[in-house]
Design a protein around this ligand. Sequence first.
Ligand code: A3P
Length: 336
Amino acid sequence: MTTSQASPQIPPKCLQEHDLSEECKELLSILPKEKGWIGSYIYNYQGFWTSSKIIQGVIACQQHFQAQDSDIILVTTPKSGTTWLKSLLFALANRMKHPIFDQNHPLLVKNPHDLVPYLELKLYIDEQVPNFSSFTSPRLLSTHLPYASLPKSVQESGTKLVYLCRNPRDTFISMWHFSNSIRLDYIGTTNSIDEMFDLFCKGVSIYGPFWNHLLGYWKKSTEKPNKVIFLMYEEIKQQPKIQLRRLAEFLECPFSIEEENCGVVDEILRMCSFENLSNLEVNTNGKLSTGEKNKVFFRKGEVGDWKNYFTIEMSEKLNHVIEQQLQGSGLRFLYI
Ligand code: A3P
């Protein structure tokens, strides 16, 4: 554990551990808990691990969110490239309203997290019953909730679910860096890689177990391919055009021949690339409406950074856990 010299700042609402409702405090007192990645503790609620304030957001979201058939909800495992996919989804679904070659495109001045807000992490933490009147159709929303914990109306409506995951090694490294950079800002200390790796392998990661999250959506995507599309970070890196066209078709807004000929597909990919987004003023110096620095969402944006951190023992241990957990599912990762 290291300690920073700078004095900690006030954390955003979703990371605050005080100011909980009496109902939530009572619930927390009986939930299993482990050391937290960012805050003091992480709790097991409905079979997944998350922090105290987020549980309050989850409960409000499950009780009050009313999905519409036209909604598009991006679901991700944390640190799988949510920021990237939010930008791709926004550019794709809004390309009539905001042409991608527009000099004033919203992605040039706003962080993707402000354009595609989280349900339980933002909207239902800010307010018990958020006001959706400023949203235009299709509403673009996001969540990290496992399938079984989605509000019933999301499961039962025509809402489309875009699911994204990433190989467990890079996800772990990205999560460890991200949680440490947030901890340094708000708490002033960091967690060691060994300690967090053991927790990850035990299933104790943010919204983990990692494998349960994936399997829930993998199963649904095979049962209901018109409801859930299953995407992988590595596949988008490897075949960006193919995956973007696949997403457009799933969302029933395929690219026209004119768009293909005008280079719309290439321009969306360029606009949303790590190089472009991470160098924009808004993402280098700006902050989210919730207070986090936008730059924490852009680190390296590569496949395979795990090789700079993993020992042979770590690779073997995680391989073993993943093989056991995904056995028979048909789900395979690319470690390109
Ligand atoms: P690394 O930490 O490996 O660099 P999330 O958005 O789910 O929080 O995931 C963050 C990860 O996605 C980080 O990975 C980040 O650098 C990467 N990322 C952010 N924007 C990206 C983009 N436009 N293209 C590819 N990767 C991106």
